[in-house]
Design a binder for this molecule. Structure first.
Ligand code: SAM
Length: 291
C-alpha cells in the first residue's frame, strides 16, 4: 500500500469504503509524512531495551500513526470509536500481526483491564493524535485512573498544549495545568501546522509528552486537593479569596483563615499565580478547618 499520508491514497481508501469525515468525531487525518515517525520515535524511543513495549493508541483513523507505531513496538492496541473505520484498518494494516483494534469509546473503557489483558509484562506508552473535542477528559482519565503507563505522547490543539505544559504559577496555567503537574512532567515536543491535516482544522496543533511519575506534592486528601484547584480556577479573574468563597460555599472570613493557615497564601492572588505547593497547603487547611 502507498503512503497513508498521500492525499490520493486517502481519497482512494475512503472511496472504496464509502467513508466520509465526521466532524463530530474530530476526524482530521494527518497528511504530513514527517509527523507520525517523529511521534512514534518519541513515544517508544526511550523505553527499556530489555522489556517489550506496548502502545495504546486512541483514534487510529485510517492507521497512519498506527503503522509507524507497529513498526517500532512489540504490540499496538488501537481504540477507535467509529466502526466504519474497522474495514479500512483491515485493509491498510492487514499485514501486521502485532495490532489489535478495539471498537469502543475510550472514555467508557476500563483501561486497567485492557492494559492487564493486552500488555502483560510490557512497558506501556500511550500515543495518539487526539480527537480535539475530548482532549482534556481523555488526558485526565489517563492520569486519574493511575494506569501503569510510562508516558503519554499526544497531538493536541496548540492552545491546549500551552496550557498542559505551562508551569503552575504562570499566566498560561489553568486547572488542568496544575492537575497535570501533580502526576507528571510535561514537555512541548514540536508544533504542527493546520495544513498537515485533511481536512485542515482552523487552528495549529502541537505534540506534547507527559512523563508519569510519583505525585509532586502530598495533600492529605486528594479529593479536597482537586476540589480546591477546580474551585480556585472556576472564576479565574477573581481573587482566590472570592473564587474559593463562592465555589466552596464558605464565607469570606472562613476562607481568609484557611488561606492564612495555608502557609500564608495571599488572598488577593489569582489562581494562576498559585503553585502546586500552594494548592496542597490550601487543601490541607480546608481539611483541618472542616474537621
Ligand atoms: N490517528 C489518525 C491520524 O492521525 O490521522 C486519526 C486522528 S483523528 C484526529 C481522531 C480519531 O479519533 C478519529 O479516527 C476518530 O474517529 C477517533 N475518535 C473520536 N472520538 C473517539 C472516542 N471517544 N474514542 C475512540 N476514538 C475516538
Amino acid at each position: 500500500m502507498e503512503r497513508l499520508t498521500d492525499i490520493s491514497t486517502i481519497k482512494d481508501v475512503m472511496e472504496r469504503h464509502g467513508f466520509t469525515f465526521s466532524k463530530a468525531l474530530g476526524q482530521n487525518f494527518l497528511i504530513n509524512p514527517s509527523v507520525c515517525p517523529r511521534m512514534a520515535e518519541a513515544a517508544i524511543g526511550e523505553h527499556n531495551q530489555e522489556t517489550s513495549v506496548g502502545v495504546l493508541e486512541i483514534g487510529p483513523g485510517i492507521g497512519v500513526l498506527t503503522k509507524e507505531l507497529l513498526q517500532r513496538a512489540d504490540k499496538v492496541v488501537a481504540v477507535e470509536l467509529d466502526k466504519r473505520l474497522l474495514p479500512v484498518l483491515d485493509e491498510t494494516l492487514g499485514e501486521f500481526d502485532n495490532l489489535k483494534v478495539v471498537n469502543a469509546d475510550v472514555l467508557e473503557l476500563d483501561l486497567h483491564k485492557l492494559i492487564a489483558e493486552e500488555f502483560d509484562g510490557m512497558e506501556v506508552a500511550v500515543c495518539a493524535n487526539l480527537p480535539y473535542y475530548i482532549t482534556s477528559p481523555v488526558i485526565m482519565k489517563l492520569l486519574e485512573d493511575r494506569l501503569p503507563i510510562r508516558s503519554i505522547t499526544v497531538m493536541v490543539q496548540k492552545e491546549a498544549a500551552v496550557r498542559l505544559c505551562a508551569e503552575p504559577g504562570t499566566r498560561d496555567s489553568s486547572a488542568i495545568t496544575v492537575a497535570v503537574r501533580y502526576y507528571c512532567d510535561p514537555e512541548m515536543l514540536f508544533k504542527v501546522s493546520s495544513g498537515s491535516f485533511m481536512p485542515a482544522p482552523k487552528v495549529d496543533s502541537a505534540v506534547i509528552q507527559l512523563k508519569l511519575r510519583e505525585p509532586a506534592v502530598h495533600p492529605k486528601n486528594e479529593e479536597t486537593f482537586f476540589m480546591v484547584i477546580k474551585g480556585a480556577f472556576a472564576q479565574r479573574r477573581k481573587t482566590v479569596l472570592n473564587s474559593l468563597s463562592s465555589s466552596l460555599s464558605l464565607d469570606k472570613n472562613a476562607v481568609r483563615d484557611i488561606l492564612k493557615a495555608a502557609a500564608g497564601v495571599d488572598e488577593n492572588a489569582r489562581a494562576e499565580r498559585l503553585t502546586l505547593e500552594d494548592f496542597a497547603n490550601i487543601s490541607d487547611a480546608v481539611d483541618d478547618w472542616s474537621n
